[in-house]
Design a protein around this ligand. Sequence first.
Ligand code: FES
Length: 61
Amino acid sequence: REGIKIEKSCEQGVCGTCLCDVLEGEPDHRDVYLTDEEKESNDQILACCSRSKTKQLVLDI
Ligand code: FES
């Protein structure tokens, strides 16, 4: 919608192609790629399928 392109492949949270660093906010992880430990650290997100638990989520794209 904002014209920002993220490299992606499976679009199902499986392959890891769309992995982005999280700079601010808390992701709502909906992928099966990251480990539970990685999800708990909240410093990366699979942008194709995950969402945000916070009003704003800042990604390093
Ligand atoms: S495109 Fe495969 S995990 Fe996002």
